[in-house]
Design a protein around this ligand. Structure first.
Ligand SMILES: Nc1nc2c(ncn2[C@@H]2O[C@H](COP(=O)(O)OP(=O)(O)OP(=O)(O)O)[C@@H](O)[C@H]2O)c(=O)[nH]1
Ligand SMILES: [Mg+2]
Length: 140
């Protein structure tokens, strides 16, 4: 009984530790959004000024500034951060185990989870689990 409680506490503590990471990412995401919108304004202003200026050299220099690529990069990085934030916001610990038949995958999961052969059969003989299995332990 004691180990079951301590295991639940450990899982809760791991999930809790992710929270500040998710919050940190939220902060970075909103900074990036602000930066992106500032770059958009800058680009609009640049385009407007280009139409007002006659000097070819100045126009050339203004055109050279690659604001589009910067905005694109920000969008790409933001997408990656969203994936990470969603991961860190998960309310579950997801453990994936892959390996050859009979290598001890189910035994490892049994040992990690405290579950028995009833929930995760790990038995001698030929292929036992044999298919991709999803074991979900409902939170109390
Ligand atoms: N000696 C030894 N036997 C193990 C170990 N881990 C698992 N076994 C035994 O190996 C057999 C197969 O283990 P499973 O955990 O069912 O292996 P599996 O990878 O889940 O197998 P499949 O689901 O059939 O692919 C069982 O009889 C286990 O008791 C280990 O570390 N040492
Ligand atoms: Mg198995």
């Amino acid at each position: 009984m004691y180990t079951a409680i301590s295991r639940a506490e450990k899982i809760t503590s791991i999930i809790e530790k992710r929270r500040p990471l998710a919050e940190k990412i939220t902060g970075v995401e909103s900074n990036l959004q602000a930066l992106k919108s500032a770059l958009k304004t800058l680009e609009e202003n640049r385009d407007r000024i280009i139409n007002q200026v006659d000097d070819a050299e100045t126009v050339g220099r203004l055109r050279e500034i690659d604001l589009a690529t910067l905005q694109y990069k920000i969008t790409e990085e933001s997408k990656k951060l969203t994936v990470l934030r969603e991961r860190f916001s998960r309310q579950t610990l997801n453990i994936g185990v892959v390996g050859l038949m009979g290598q001890g995958k189910s035994t490892l999961l049994k040992s990690l989870s405290g579950l028995t052969d009833n929930e995760i059969p790990a038995l001698e003989g030929s292929a036992c689990t044999a298919v991709r299995s999803t074991i979900v332990k409902p939170r109390p």
